[in-house]
Design a protein around this ligand. Structure first.
Ligand code: SER
Length: 366
């Protein structure tokens, strides 16, 4: 299933909102939202924060979106694991005082396990493991009732894995994730920390706690229950895409791999032949896409803040192409390939191309 179809099915599922109510489809926000706690938008809920914090009244009580996200703390891991990408898209459904745990679990399980012929993702439920926060007996009971799975298929995990807040006073709550078992080649049986074996691909956050102090996302003081509960979920678009495309990682999906293919053509090296080169190919594909999306949203290279992140991405991309043996300017060859794939969804990449290419290619010459 191509990535465009994964997107389409997600939005259609929540637009219908069977049994719960139709969700309003909200376009992705820019990667650059004004938020003192964030350099870049890093989750689907960011544009809805004022609603969750009670600062603004939402114009809808249910919403769904596919949000562009950037996360760079793991930049050194890119290409080495099957999971890390600096740019990714998060599919989400949101409830603002409307449905809660039961609705969120029902809708998620339905989409994930419904057959492909019936509009779902068609995952085999015998390899799916829902996880809950230790002690969240309500979620355990709901998962068992809704899915019919036995108790030992519901994984209890500590707060570090399954508690979510914004890391500031405000709403937060336990999470449930859906993990998929990719088989013994990826790690030991029931070793939940072996991230490549039990791959988490959907996180459902049950916003129920009023947090008075937060030392981290999961180390918090809870003042009491929230006046109004909420749902915030995040499904990794690329993760679903690579699982459904029979690929090992996010760099090989239909909207990313063509950059690797072009890099092979330029460098004469083969992807899949040697580990160090493979990491370089993946870094190139990831960073080309991230930097293009950042420039599209208005970032220019600089020496601090957002501009510094962009500069680092561009320079790392160029360095890795050189390490693969191509010395000529590579961005004018590679970035249009990424534009043509991502531009099917983000059509402004085409209309803004003059500006984007000017900013990117000048930096490359610097
Ligand atoms: N906010 C949660 C996350 O970032 C779910 O969307 O994982």
């Amino acid at each position: 299933m191509d990535t465009a179809e994964v997107r389409r099915r997600f939005l259609a599922h929540f637009e219908a909102g069977e049994g719960v109510g139709a969700h309003t489809v909200v376009p992705s926000a820019s990667l650059l939202l004004d938020d003192p706690n964030l350099l870049f938008v890093n989750a689907g809920m960011v544009q809805f924060k004022p609603y969750f914090l009670g600062q603004e009244t939402p114009p809808y009580s249910r919403a769904t979106s596919i949000q562009k996200c950037i996360r760079t703390p793991d930049i050194e891991e890119v290409g080495k694991t099957t999971r890390h990408g600096t740019f990714f898209e998060m599919c989400g459904n949101f409830s603002f005082g409307d449905y809660f745990k039961e609705g969120a679990i029902t809708l998620a399980w339905d989409l994930v396990t419904k057959s492909i012929a019936d509009g779902g993702y068609g995952f085999d439920e015998s390899i799916l493991y829902p996880s809950v926060l230790e002690g969240d007996d309500e979620a355990v009971a709901l998962w068992k009732r809704i899915t019919g799975l036995p108790d030992d298929r519901i994984v209890r995990l500590p707060p570090k894995e399954n508690y979510w807040s914004m890391g500031i006073p405000g709403p937060g709550g336990p999470c449930s994730e859906i993990l998929i078992d990719r088989g013994p080649a990826f790690g030991a049986d029931r070793d939940w920390d072996a991230g490549d074996r039990y791959l988490e691909f959907w996180n459902l956050v049950f916003m129920q706690d009023d947090i008075s102090a937060a030392r981290s996302k999961y180390d918090v003081d809870i003042a009491g229950p929230l006046a109004q509960t909420g749902i915030d979920t995040g499904l990794g678009l690329e993760r679903v895409a690579y699982l459904l495309q029979g690929k090992d990682n996010m760099y090989e999906i239909d909207v990313v791999y063509p950059v690797i293919a072009k890099a092979m053509e330029l460098t004469g090296k083969k992807y899949g032949a040697q580990y160090e080169d493979d990491v370089r190919f993946r870094v190139v594909a990831d960073h080309i896409r991230s930097s293009m999306m950042l420039i599209n949203d208005g970032v220019t290279p600089g020496n601090e803040g957002r501009g510094y992140v962009l500069r680092r991405l561009l320079r790392r991309a160029i360095r890795n192409v050189r390490l693969l043996g191509y010395e000529d300017p590579a961005l004018p060859e590679l970035m249009p390939v990424s534009r043509d794939k991502m531009g099917e969804t983000y059509t402004d990449l085409h209309t803004e191309w003059d500006r984007i290419s000017r900013v990117a290619f000048v930096e490359a010459d610097a």
